[in-house]
Design a protein. Structure first.
Lengths: 258, 250, 257
């Protein structure tokens, strides 16, 4: 963390030289001539990955707030369903959830004639709504659990003080409870968002053409294994790095890292 | 009318899920056995990597520490699905090349071993972090005392470090185990017949998607809840003799 | 020490599941995803179907000790080159593109490619008719290459890991048409699930893409295995075994010179 100078230690220079050698070896001995042909497709896929990631984390987080609240202070008829939902989402593989929604739920819709005739049908026959729904629910399930702890972790004295000032309950929630709970979860949120990024390639199995699907296409068109997978790994590492940096800046700004 | 349909529907599901053919219940259970076998192996393999990784990160030289940092960072940033594909092909390629270089014929690599290898390496990165945190949480005096008595490093690890860190590491390890059971589902994509792929095959052969996906979901849930109970007991055992969290907080 | 026991445990575990493997076993890779009526899994976990029986017959005729090994279809060629399997017999068409990477035996069946769509839809197997429609195809197949080449500009191509998934989505109305092998599709439209749909006709042939029939894929230079398989294929074609198996699955021959 001491900046560029720490890279100049002798063993690091040797490691970097070895790494550079590896990169050169890859560039020379592996096959890269296909890149220009697939670049437009890859950009489209990368864009779709990022779009899915952003939409599902935002929607999932918004859903996680009531889930966390219900578990933290809700009456039993709210907290039990919320807890059950989180347990089921966290206890079963995401791949299974995606397939259940797309192949299970999705195959029921067309059997209902009015759905097939409705304006929703053009969307329901696409794959992405199922992908977005599955990933949103998954993120909400994991974050709901985190938010429960965050709400419970806010200092009770502050809430009592606000109450004593006669602050309305909703204002109290909006001005005191929620901001502090979010500040509490920010350090874990970055990690959870990277986990969500790592879950996005699963939607390729239901025909959503994101970056992983593009790499599969290259693999199957050209029968090469390592080249597209290595580039894919690089892509995810860069995005994960960007997410980590963004959250770190955000944390510094809000002062949640002590 | 609806009630009759309902019972009829359930009767059909029960028939589809029965254990002997023409029911597919046996296939699901076989898939579950495969999943658990891989999850156990990968978890164990990951723990071994994690133990060495954690001690390397804490006591290793500069080069070892840098290499381990690269390992854990890369593994934690790249999707498991991509890692599984890369490691699957790299692993089998390397083993076959090594075997032919040594003059053996082709080496048989079963799906179970490949799955354990692939998921184990992924688990190892997370286990390294969990165990490193747990070792750092041990009061330093305990380790110094053991050193002062002249305990050799391996014995120190076995008699002091591992027992003392157990209580700190159990929650993280429980989480890792659950991740291991769920990650086995990803092997479906490389065509290995664990629970998710068996479910998929049963569902598409019979067109009863809901029945099979829900049944598989229930099986995964049972594993999760059951492991939760076991880990709670392990944690209680590992914490024996320590003040409970509530008391300690007072 | 721990690592050793673990390795040993892993090895015994693998031996339990895979059984003892002898050195001269030939691992025949088939797609792990069901592809009826050629290869599918029954409830007791056995692979059954036309192609499975033909594999057995070819291996028996060629005196090979074959083991059927399911592999994910979209990684099946890398599995062959990576030596996880020795031959591919998974309804894989012999094409120029694949010949750059692997070798093929003589063909053991050949069928045209057809377009299947809903009965109520007025669709013909031409690029003009499919314009603006959603066409589902299986990844890594000749149909994918064909559809991308001929329909890709005007139609939306949706790619599936298995033909079975494309069929499901055709029934569910999420795609308008699918292009696939005529025999598999005939089986599908005659099944309960495929009642909605019918074969709209064969696509215009393009041998460079659609290939010269289905053969067994082997590693480049593995001529011994290729020759044995050719011998087996010739033998079952000559002694009537091929025709006998075919007659139990199909009403017409699926092999022509």
């Amino acid at each position: 963390m001491t900046g560029w100078r720490s890279l100049l230690q002798p063993h690091r220079i040797v490691l970097m030289a070895l790494f550079a050698g590896l990169v050169v070896w890859c560039a020379v001995s592996l096959r890269w001539d296909w890149i220009p042909q697939y670049t437009p497709l890859a950009i489209e896929g990368a864009w779709r990955t990022i779009w899915i990631l952003v939409v599902t984390t935002v929607a999932g987080f918004l859903l996680a707030i009531p889930l966390g609240l219900a578990q933290a202070i809700g009456p039993w008829y709210l907290s039990v369903p919320a807890k059950t939902f989180c347990t089921i989402i966290r206890g079963t593989p995401l791949l299974l959830q995606i397939w259940l929604l797309y192949y299970g739920l999705g195959s029921l819709f067309p059997q209902i004639p009015w759905i097939r005739g409705s304006e929703l049908w053009p969307y329901l026959r696409q794959a992405w709504p199922y992908a977005v729904l599955a990933l949103t629910l998954s993120y909400a399930g994991y974050e709901g659990e985190v938010m429960r702890g965050a709400f419970a972790g806010v200092n009770k004295g502050q809430l009592e003080a606000a109450n004593a000032f006669g602050m309305p309950r909703f204002t109290m929630f909006r001005r005191i409870w929620l901001p502090q709970a979010i500040r509490n979860v920010l350090p874990t949120l970055g990690g959870e968002t990277i986990l969500q990024l790592k879950a996005t390639p699963l939607v390729a199995t239901i025909t959503v053409v994101e970056i992983y699907a593009v790499s599969s296409r290259v693999r199957s068109d050209l029968f090469i294994v390592y080249e597209p997978l290595l580039l894919l790994a690089l892509f995810y590492m860069i995005i994960a790095g960007i997410i980590a940096l963004l959250f770190r800046r955000f944390e510094l700004k809000t002062g949640s890292r002590v | 009318m609806e009630l009759i349909l309902d019972t009829l529907g359930l009767a059909k599901s029960a028939e589809l899920l029965s254990l002997s053919p023409p029911g597919w219940g046996g296939n699901l259970l076989r898939g579950l056995a495969n999943s658990l076998q891989i999850a156990l192996g990968a978890f164990g393999f990951g723990l071994v990597i994690g133990l060495f990784g954690a001690s390397g990160k804490l006591h290793g030289g500069v080069v070892v520490r840098d290499l381990l940092a690269i390992y854990t960072t890369v593994i934690r940033a790249v999707p498991e699905l991509v890692l599984i594909l890369i490691l699957y092909y790299v692993g089998t390629d390397l083993i076959n090349q090594a075997a032919s270089a040594l003059g053996y014929g082709r080496v048989e690599i079963s799906g179970v071993v490949a799955g354990i290898w692939v998921l184990g390496i992924v688990q190892g990165a997370y286990a390294t972090e969990v165990l490193r945190g747990a070792i750092q949480a041990i009061p330093q005096g305990q380790i110094e005392a053991a050193r002062a008595f002249g305990m050799p490093p391996l014995m120190l690890m076995r008699r002091v470090t591992i027992p003392a860190m157990m209580s700190y590491a159990t929650p993280g390890l429980a989480n890792l185990w659950l991740i291991a059971t769920k990650d086995t589902a990803l092997l479906a994509i490389v065509g290995f017949s664990e629970l998710t792929l068996e479910t998929r095959q049963a569902a598409s052969s019979t067109r009863a998607y809901f029945t099979f996906f829900l049944a598989a979901g229930a099986l995964y849930m049972i594993v999760t809840l059951f492991s939760g109970a076991i880990f709670a007991r392990i944690e209680k055992w590992a914490r024996r003799g320590q003040p409970s969290l509530r008391e300690a907080g007072k | 020490m721990k690592l050793k026991t673990l390795l040993a445990a892993g090895l015994t575990a693998s031996a339990l599941t895979a059984g003892a493997a002898s050195a001269d076993e030939v691992k025949i890779g088939i797609a792990a995803e069901p592809y009826p009526p050629f290869a599918s899994l029954d409830a007791s976990g056995n692979w059954v179907g036309w192609e499975v029986e033909v594999i057995d017959a070819i291996c028996a005729a060629a005196e090979l000790d074959c083991v059927i090994t399911p592999v994910a279809w979209d990684g099946i060629i890398p599995s062959l080159t990576g030596q996880q399997i020795d031959a591919i017999m998974a309804s894989m068409s012999i094409t120029e593109e694949r010949m750059k990477t692997i070798d093929f035996s003589d063909p053991y069946y050949n069928t045209p490619a057809v377009i299947v769509a809903d009965k109520s839809m007025d669709i013909e197997p031409t690029p003009e008719s499919l314009a603006g429609k959603i066409v589902g195809i299986q990844a890594s197949t000749i149909h994918q290459t064909y559809a991308n080449t001929y329909f890709g500009d005007a139609a939306e191509i949706r790619v599936y890991q298995t033909q079975d998934e494309a069929n499901q989505d055709l029934v569910a109305g999420r795609i308008d048409a699918t292009q696939a092998d005529s025999i598999a599709m005939a089986d599908f439209v005659n099944s309960d699930a495929g009642q909605c749909c019918e074969i709209k006709g064969a696509v215009a042939n393009d041998e460079a893409i659609l290939g010269k029939g289905v053969g067994a894929g082997v590693r480049k230079g593995d001529d011994a295995l290729r020759e044995s398989l050719n011998k087996g294929i010739a033998a079952i074609l000559a002694d009537g075994t091929h025709a006998e198996i075919t007659s139990r699955y199909f009403t017409t021959s699926i092999y022509s010179e």
